[in-house]
Design a protein around this ligand. Structure first.
Ligand SMILES: [Zn+2]
Length: 168
């Protein structure tokens, strides 16, 4: 009669709700938790990490309340560990996300997104004459001064403000 022991009580106060949210994050046995995703950027983050092709369990919390951000989203991916390169690609859409690496239910590492020197195959060049819009090839952008938040196309030198970036 194993099922009988599972009768969760849903009379949570606000504080208990917060606690419960933390517990849910901690409940991942092994994998990665990506937190503080602006809700408006959730689907771009999913696309950048190719989660639509992911085979392990992906849990998404969308439009969660956040004191700092108002609204945020969280993604938990079981048994998945990203390389720094993969994580840094998020800098174009969600530079302030935090990643927790979970092993055996414990956070063993916290990672922050860093802007990479180069972005390859991620951002679209908005110059219609650019070779990357006319040949089957990957785009390539350099960061021009990380504080200014400007990307420059490697091929046509077009500069794009980070806030105007369109993904490939
Ligand atoms: Zn270009």
């Amino acid at each position: 009669m194993r099922g009988l022991s599972y009768y969760p009580c849903f009379t949570f106060s606000k504080h208990q709700n917060m606690k419960r949210q933390e517990l849910q994050v901690a409940a991942l046995e092994n994998g990665t938790v990506i937190d503080h995703i602006p809700s408006a950027k959730l689907f771009e983050v999913i696309g950048l990490l190719h989660l639509e092709a992911e085979r392990s369990a992906v849990t998404i919390g969308y439009n969660l309340k956040s004191k700092k951000m108002g609204s945020k989203s969280i993604i938990k991916i079981a048994d998945k560990f990203f390389s720094d390169d993969e994580i840094n690609q998020l800098s174009v859409v969600a530079p302030n996300v935090t990643l927790s690496v979970i092993r055996d239910y414990e956070v063993v590492e916290k990672k922050e997104v860093r802007m990479p020197e180069e972005l390859i195959g991620i951002v679209r060049c908005d110059n219609h004459k650019c070779i990357t819009n006319n040949e089957p090839m990957r785009t390539r952008f350099h960061f021009l001064g990380k504080d200014r938040g400007i990307l420059q196309c490697h091929y046509c030198n077009r500069e794009i403000n980070l806030s105007d970036v369109k993904l490939v």
